[in-house]
Design a protein around this ligand. Structure first.
Ligand code: HEC
Ligand code: HEC
Length: 340
């Protein structure tokens, strides 16, 4: 009798041990599939997360779903060969930057957008509605012409952003609503070092000439372009070095970064952003989209916006690549917190 119990305990022991080992190996060895585990941890840490399985019904629900589709498959619906209209001028999708259709943490998350507009925008020097802000992205990074304000497409994108806002619990401590911050060094960002890092970490997907790679059906990109005549234009926020570095830190390289767990160091992200956004090295589409001047009130320019005239004594070169701290100190000395 005693022997039999010992045997059962022995079997039980092996069972426990085997499970523990499996658990361990799936945590350690399985970097590529780490996303699910990481997002669970992230949730417990009150990082913003959206449950898109609970979509509303009826006509409003249909608009929400189409709005989400438009963000995920922008080129397919409203790109240069779009089936529902020709609005965007390149084949990028909103989700390429606002990842997971604006739901992903640290990726220009859009959960707050619906409640944050109308909003005063320094770049335009006036108050913008949410629809106007959406059209800014249609026109700038997506090189398009504005969606009519009463179009099914505009209303659906707004409905989707309302859904994101309504269905997500956030409070002052919720993380991931803004991108990760990068510490600004005392020296300027280096496009030369950025080029080396780009070759090492980015080129395998975005290609040597930055043009990315089309998907097999040519409808959109497998890897979107990061410079060239089909990439975002100067005047897009992505064209600012610090802004891009903050996004890169939370998002790229694509297969090595999970929300809140960067792969690149802050200095690397800044150098790569300086290289990608260096217009002396790379071509981009023309900057002009409207007759309005960007930042009509010159003292409101974001510190990494690279076109003068400036209301401070720093050069275009320094605004573009840094060092940024002296610029921040200058404005703080005047009692103003400058925008980054
Ligand atoms: C190349 C990258 C890129 C693409 C593509 C892009 N955006 Fe943006 N979008 C940005 C950046 C950068 C900002 C500014 C975010 C900031 O300043 O924090 C922004 C801001 C916004 C905002 C305002 C967010 C806020 O809270 O102020 C909305 C809304 C928006 N985008 C919607 C869209 C839509 C819809 C599309 C597709 C038609 C799109 N974007 C495509 C990069 C992009
Ligand atoms: C394994 C492939 C891969 C690697 C490596 C990679 N990316 Fe990406 N990148 C992508 C994909 C895919 C997207 C679109 C993301 C989405 O739709 O969710 C993207 C999006 C982007 C975007 C925003 C969209 C655009 O084209 O403007 C930028 C900028 C970018 N990557 C830069 C980089 C940089 C810089 C590196 C190196 C540090 C890098 N990527 C490494 C696959 C990759």
């Amino acid at each position: 009798m005693k022997k039999r119990y010992t045997y059962i305990f022995f079997l039980f022991g092996i069972f426990v041990l085997a499970n523990a080992m499996q658990l361990l190996s799936s945590c350690n060895g399985n970097k590529a599939e780490g996303v699910a585990i990481d997002s669970l941890i992230a949730h417990a840490d009150s990082v913003v997360s959206v449950d898109t399985s609970k979509m509303p019904g009826g006509k409003y629900g249909a608009a929400v779903k189409y709005g989400r589709e438009l963000m995920l498959h922008t080129a397919y619906y409203i790109g240069p060969d779009g089936i529902n209209g020709h609005y965007t001028g390149n084949k990028m999708n909103c989700t390429n930057c606002h990842r997971d259709a604006g739901a992903r943490p640290y990726a220009f998350n859009l959960v707050r957008a619906f409640r944050d507009y109308p909003q005063y925008r320094a770049r335009e020097g006036r108050i913008l509605s949410l629809a106007e802000r959406i059209n800014n992205c249609v026109m700038r990074p997506n090189l398009g012409r504005p969606l009519p304000l009463d179009s099914k497409e505009m209303i659906s994108i707004m409905a989707y952003l309302k859904f994101l806002s309504d269905s997500t619990q956030i409070d002052a401590k919720t993380k991931g609503l803004k991108n990760m911050l990068v510490e600004l060094p005392d020296h300027a960002a280096s496009p030369e070092n950025g080029e080396k890092l780009y070759i090492e970490h980015c080129q395998r997907c975005h290609a040597a000439n930055g043009e990315g790679k089309m998907r097999f059906d040519q409808v959109t990109y497998k890897y979107p372009p990061v410079w060239g005549l089909l990439a975002y234009r100067p005047g897009s926020s992505m064209h600012r070095v610090v802004k891009l570095a903050q996004w890169l830190k939370g998002n790229m390289p694509y297969d090595k970064t999970t929300p809140g767990k960067p792969f690149l160091t802050d200095a690397e992200a800044l150098d790569i952003a300086a290289f990608v956004n260096d217009d002396k090295i790379h071509k981009r589409p023309a900057a002009k989209t409207t007759k309005e001047e960007d930042y009509p009130n010159h003292e409101e320019k974001a510190i990494d916006y690279d076109k003068g005239p400036f209301k401070d004594p720093f050069s275009e070169q320094q605004h573009k690549y840094g060092p940024y701290k002296p610029i921040i100190d200058y404005w703080e000395g005047k009692g103003i917190t400058p925008a980054i």
